[in-house]
Each structure stands twice: as C-alpha cells, then as structure tokens.
Design a protein around this ligand. Sequence first.
Ligand SMILES: NC(=O)c1ccc[n+]([C@@H]2O[C@H](COP(=O)([O-])OP(=O)(O)OC[C@H]3O[C@@H](n4cnc5c(N)ncnc54)[C@H](OP(=O)(O)O)[C@@H]3O)[C@@H](O)[C@H]2O)c1
Ligand SMILES: *[C@@H]1O[C@H](CO)[C@@H](O)[C@H](O)[C@H]1NC(C)=O
Ligand SMILES: *[C@@H]1O[C@H](CO)[C@@H](O)[C@H](O)[C@H]1NC(C)=O
Length: 296
Amino acid sequence: MALMWKALLPVLGICLAHYLYSARDAFTPAMLQGKRVIVTGSSMGIGEQMAYRLAEMGAHVVVTSRSQEALQKVTSRCLELGAASAHYLVGSMEDKAFTESFVARASELLGGLDMLVLNHITSCPMSLFRGDMNMVRRVMEVNFLSYVTLTAAAEPLLSRSNGSIVVVSSLAGKVPTPLVAPYSASKFALDGFFSSLRREYSMTKVNVSVTLCVLGLIDTNTAMRAVEGIMSMPSAPKEECALEILRAGALRQEEMYYGASTWMSPLLMNPGRKLLEVLLSDYFNANLFVSKKTDP
Ligand SMILES: NC(=O)c1ccc[n+]([C@@H]2O[C@H](COP(=O)([O-])OP(=O)(O)OC[C@H]3O[C@@H](n4cnc5c(N)ncnc54)[C@H](OP(=O)(O)O)[C@@H]3O)[C@@H](O)[C@H]2O)c1
Ligand SMILES: *[C@@H]1O[C@H](CO)[C@@H](O)[C@H](O)[C@H]1NC(C)=O
Ligand SMILES: *[C@@H]1O[C@H](CO)[C@@H](O)[C@H](O)[C@H]1NC(C)=O
C-alpha cells in the first residue's frame, strides 16, 4: 500500500502537470540551433519537413532514404534555409550493412550526435491480412528492427551529449486498427521497446530522452493516397506536424500526440499504464541497474 502511494502521487502529479501546462511556451528554436541531428526517411513527407524546420533553426542535419535525387534536393533546400550543415546518406533500412554502419557515418559528418529522429517506414498497403508473411517480415525489419539497430549505435554518442531519441509512431501504435495489422504491430513494438528503454535509462541514470510521437492522419502524399476511398478522417498538415515532433523532442517529453482530436489525448496518455510502469520498477533488484553511463 505504501508502495502504491509512493508511486501514485508522482504519477498523478505528472499527469496533472501535463494537463495544465502543455509546455508549449517553453520551446524556443534556439534550443535546436547548432544541434547535430539525424532524420531518417527524410526524402519526403514529415521527415523532409523536419529537415526544413531544423535547417531554419540552424541545426546540423543528416538526411537519409533510398533515393539520392530527392535527398540531394532536400539537402540543398536545407542549406538555403539556413542549416549549419546538411548532408545525405543513401541506403535502405532493409540493408543490414547500411543500417549497422549508418550512425557512425552520419555522426562523423555531424561531429557527434544530439538527436536521432527515427521516422522512416516501408510502404504497406491498407488491406485485410491474408497471411502475407514476407510483408510482415519486411515491415518489422524496416519499421522496428532497424530502429533498434540505429539506437544501439547511437546510444554512446547520445549519452555523451545528453541527447534525445525521437520515435515517430502512430495512433495505430496505440490503438488496434483494422487493415494495417503488420504496420500496427511494428508501431506497438516501438512503444514496447522504446518505453522500456526509457525506463532503463531512468534506472541507470543515462540522460538520454526518449520521445514517442503518436500521430493521427497527416497530409503526406503517401498517406493521402493510402487512405483514399478507405478511411474518412480529417488530416493535419505535415509542416506543423514536423515542428511539433521537434518541439516535443527538444523539450524531452515522453510522449506527444498530434493530429488526433484533443479529447483523445487524455485517453492515449493512459495513466493506469504509467502508474504500473513506475510501481513494477520497484520489484526489480536495484543492483542490476548499474550505471550504463559512458565517460564524456
Ligand atoms: N502520414 C500519416 O498520416 C502518418 C500517420 C501516423 C504516423 N505516421 C508516421 O510518420 C512517419 C512518416 O510518415 P510519412 O507519411 O511522412 O511517410 P512518407 O512520406 O511515405 O515517407 C517515408 C520515408 O521513408 C523512406 N523509406 C521508405 N522505405 C525505406 C527503406 N526501405 N529504407 C529507408 N528509407 C525508406 C522514404 O524514402 P525512399 O522511398 O526514398 O526510401 C521516405 O523518405 C512514419 O513513421 C509514419 O508511420 C504518418
Ligand atoms: C549533461 O548534463 C549534465 C547534468 O545537467 C551536465 O553536468 C553536463 O555538462 C551535460 N553534458 C553536456 C555535454 O551537455
Ligand atoms: C539531462 O540533459 C539535459 C539536456 O542537456 C539537461 O537539461 C538536464 O539537466 C540533464 N539532467 C540530468 C539529470 O543530468
């Protein structure tokens, strides 16, 4: 019982604080000025917009995807917009050799790393699941496993810079959704992995923030094409979405919700889960959580 109250009070406090201040005012673009940032899946859509917002704020950016031509254009535009530096690396997150070497190559271009924005996804048609295992494997590989590979490589760098991991997810990563079962599974997996990793960082005093971004329908070409005739739901603008993701990352928020109706946010926040997360941590042998912190 004492244990419960010990956990309940801070959790209720956090939820209340979250409701009262959405911390919107605390953000200034100067927070990202000069920061060294990787944005994956940045040849189009929300990733491209994040690269432009970062450029406007004077950050160093590395963009990546499979299409060289598009990345070249994004990089030039970033330099026009005021990026401290802008580079691209071409490759597929299905390619293990590329994924495993990517962070080292990117951080060399950046001279370190402050923020890793994981955003890329493989295309996945909206349809009933009919047993296409190749598709499930590809979706898990690109949307989930590559995120873990990139994070493992980035962790020592981020730990040194008090950096941030920003994971772009979806309502379908919090709420079961028909017609996108493999995609939904990959996004739920991100929540399980990265929310657990956040707990580990907290328990081992690693000062790396983990921000999970839960997005509703955003007006990217890919999404608009995918939902046509399948779903009618209002869509939100990708430009603003990109800025909100970066804002949440810079503020080191645990989760952000964008493009869903406001009334959905308190439901998505799921205070029951948050409470259990803190409560259950107390059952672990504290000696296991030796500091993972690397020396600067
Ligand atoms: N738009 C929405 O309605 C919506 C809603 C909820 C969540 N989200 C999330 O927001 C993020 C961005 O979505 P978006 O709509 O902006 O997507 P998008 O416009 O389709 O962009 C996807 C990006 O990923 C890259 N990509 C695709 N396959 C890849 C691979 N195998 N290896 C490396 N890169 C690859 C694409 O470039 P190349 O093709 O050149 O490789 C592109 O840059 C995703 O995580 C998505 O789940 C979006
Ligand atoms: C990281 O944060 C700690 C505590 O606030 C601070 O002492 C240290 O200088 C920071 N390191 C960097 C590289 O910002
Ligand atoms: C963690 O890093 C952030 C960003 O540099 C800093 O503001 C904060 O004080 C650090 N916290 C701790 C506990 O070191």
